[in-house]
Design a protein around this ligand. Structure first.
Ligand SMILES: Nc1ncnc2c1ncn2[C@@H]1O[C@H](COP(=O)(O)OP(=O)(O)OP(=O)(O)O)[C@@H](O)[C@H]1O
Ligand SMILES: [Mg+2]
Length: 280
């Protein structure tokens, strides 16, 4: 579905992405791991049109999408989640979802105020769609809550919910589990699996929590120093000497597995005891 060919993104002398080549299969939930500073977020930002690449090519289903703007990619069903912007926090959860179909901007609601009659039906459909999304994510009880009052995990669910307001084909999630408690993390994982199985979403997931990666992702791609180091199942990745070495170079932080250290699985867990690999 996505092909990235010899992609570079340099910031002055810093080669954040330095010749990354990878492909994302349609219908997959692909994990993207790697030590801090490996270039994962930068890669996402280039693919999603937030940063122009220094060189290289990205295609979506065979079409060259290199350097397209986020709203153009949005129209093609390529989405990445965003934190709820400051100005949206005083709006309700339902209103946040209703913003999405015009391209994740705040303008649609303002237009709605001025062209009330003309779009009343459209708005009704949006409310119904938003409520359906909230039910799917099991947060329908939060519909009228201000987005700013949500917990970290609930905000992540709302961010995921925004991708469901349009016909997404491929969704990029950057550390969706960071700072989220175990229970909500499981809810997020369930939602990702259901969206993948029932609605055919393809996902690319950056995450340091290896329980989460192991439960959701196949294949897993490991990046280091701006390039793809290895690809395979999580078990294969964990056993790969190059991967172990890449994590060793960063002082073991977030390592998926370090022989004999007892560190690794769940090292990035936040907010509760590890459930020890919750299988579906
Ligand atoms: N806007 C920028 N200007 C200069 N350097 C940058 C910029 N963005 C990222 N970098 C550098 O590029 C490298 C890759 O950063 P990136 O955020 O993509 O890594 P990452 O794999 O997402 O790391 P983490 O796991 O910590 O989120 C880092 O060395 C970072 O300091
Ligand atoms: Mg990052």
């Amino acid at each position: 579905m996505i092909e990235v060919h010899d992609l570079h993104k340099h910031f002055g002398g810093a080669r954040a992405v330095d010749g990354a080549t990878l492909s994302i299969a349609p219908g997959s939930i692909t994990g993207l791991i790697g030590p801090n500073g490996a270039g994962k977020t930068t890669l996402f930002n280039v693919i999603a049109g937030l940063l122009p690449p220094t060189s290289g090519q990205v295609t979506l289903a065979g079409e060259d999408i290199t350097g397209l703007a986020p709203h153009e990619l949005f129209g093609k069903g390529l989405l990445r989640t965003f934190q709820i912007a400051h100005e949206f926090r005083s709006m309700t959860v339902r209103e946040n979802l209703m913003m999405v179909p015009d391209g994740q901007s705040g303008e649609s609601l303002w237009n709605a105020c001025f062209r009330r009659k003309a779009i009343r039906d459209e708005e009704r459909a949006l409310v119904a769609k938003a409520d359906e999304v909230l039910e799917f994510l099991t947060i329908d009880h939060l519909a009228d809550e201000k987005a700013g009052n949500l917990s970290g995990g609930q905000k992540k669910l709302l961010e995921l919910g925004r991708t469901m307001m349009v016909d997404a084909r491929i969704v990029f999630l950057d550390e969706v589990g960071a700072g989220v408690n175990r229970t909500l993390l499981n809810t997020i994982a369930d939602a990702i699996l259901r969206l993948n199985r029932e609605r055919g979403y393809t996902f690319v997931v950056i995450e340091h929590d290896m329980d989460f990666i192991g439960r959701l992702c196949d294949p897993v791609i490991c990046m280091a120093e701006g390039r793809v180091l290895a690809q395979g199942t999580l078990a294969e990745i964990k056993a790969d000497d190059r991967v172990i070495e890449a994590y060793l170079g960063t002082g073991l932080k977030n390592a998926p597995h370090v022989p004999g250290s007892g560190q690794g699985l769940g090292a990035a867990d936040v907010g509760g005891a590890s459930s020890g690999g919750a299988s579906p």
